[in-house]
Write a protein that binds this ligand. Structure first.
Ligand code: NDP
Length: 253
């Protein structure tokens, strides 16, 4: 496999479905050796098999990154087994929408634990390796791509804690970008609008139908559309950093 990411190692969280899966396929097609991370190991094995069938390189790392020590452990395993780390796509997330009055507090906690805490812990563990990769890699640059959301920019009723987590991801991305710019580690926030994935499947009964009707009422994005944007970001020349990318379906208002 020959491409613009030859010789690099990429770690993609939440790569067992949706945007993460499409991103893993896309980065592997550019020559990256891709570590796919999520809980559903069978789905990861399937992604790895599809990448290998097309001549790419990928490895499955089953992990629940919200469990104590798991985020750090999976980053360490990837570096130990694949030798380096050039690209991290912090993509794993949940969107448990619904009015605050009826929401079980466990749903809020789940979003904070995954969308914020796990993302921070993967980032903290990965940063020294990204700095090293930028310093010694052929490309002279490394990438941390955080998947935020339109919901990180615009707060709406029924999305309060999802808004909290995604606006946090966008804010952290900008601060880290400033800190790491001099070390040639680029930090980007990607903010998708409606993308047809399994994300809505986890919303509780009584709320899910309305949300899925909204997604279905327009020509929503496909996971490949966001993977395409991520591929664009991480294949820019060393001098070019795409700091933030907001991508809505054309029909989304
Ligand atoms: P999916 O539900 O298809 O993907 C979510 C991924 O996260 C899955 O691979 C899931 O794998 C993984 N995941 C969930 N919990 C954990 C965990 N505890 N540990 C490790 N991995 C976990 O949805 P999307 O592809 O849509 O979502 C990807 C990202 O995009 C999310 O951050 C989401 O907020 C964001 N986004 C999505 C939008 C959309 O409309 N779809 C719009 C804006 C942003 P597994 O269950 O196997 O662990």
């Amino acid at each position: 496999m020959s491409g613009r990411l030859n010789g690099t190692v990429a770690l993609v969280t939440g790569a067992s479905s949706g945007i993460g899966e499409a991103t893993a396929l896309s980065l592997a097609a550019e020559g990256a050796s891709v570590a796919v991370v999520a809980r559903r190991k069978d789905r990861l094995d399937d992604v790895v098999a599809r990448i290998r069938d097309t001549g790419g390189t990928a490895h499955a790392f089953g992990a629940d990154i919200t469990e104590a020590g798991e985020a750090e452990a999976v980053v360490a395993r990837v570096v130990e087994e694949l030798g380096r780390l050039d690209t991290v796509v912090n993509n794993a997330g949940v969107m448990l929408l619904g009015p605050a009055l009826d929401t079980p507090v466990a749903e809020w906690q789940r979003m904070v634990d995954l969308n914020l805490s796990a993302l921070l812990r993967v980032t903290h563990a990965a940063l020294p390796h990204l700095v090293s990769a930028a310093a010694d890699g052929r490309r002279g640059v490394a990438d941390l791509v955080n998947i935020s959301s339109v919901a990180g920019r615009v707060a709406t009723a029924g999305a309060a804690v999802y808004n909290l987590t995604k606006s946090g991801v966008t804010a952290v991305s900008e601060a880290l970008r400033q800190e790491l710019a001099g070390k040639h580690v680029r930090v980007s926030a990607v903010e998708p609008g409606a993308v047809l994935t399994e994300l809505t499947h986890h919303i509780r009964d009584g709320v899910r139908d309305n949300i899925e009707a909204w997604y279905g009422g327009m020509e929503s994005l496909r996971p490949e559309d966001i993977a395409d944007a991520i591929e664009y970001i991480v294949t820019r020349p060393r001098r070019v950093a795409v700091n933030e990318l907001l991508i809505r379906p054309t029909e989304q208002v």
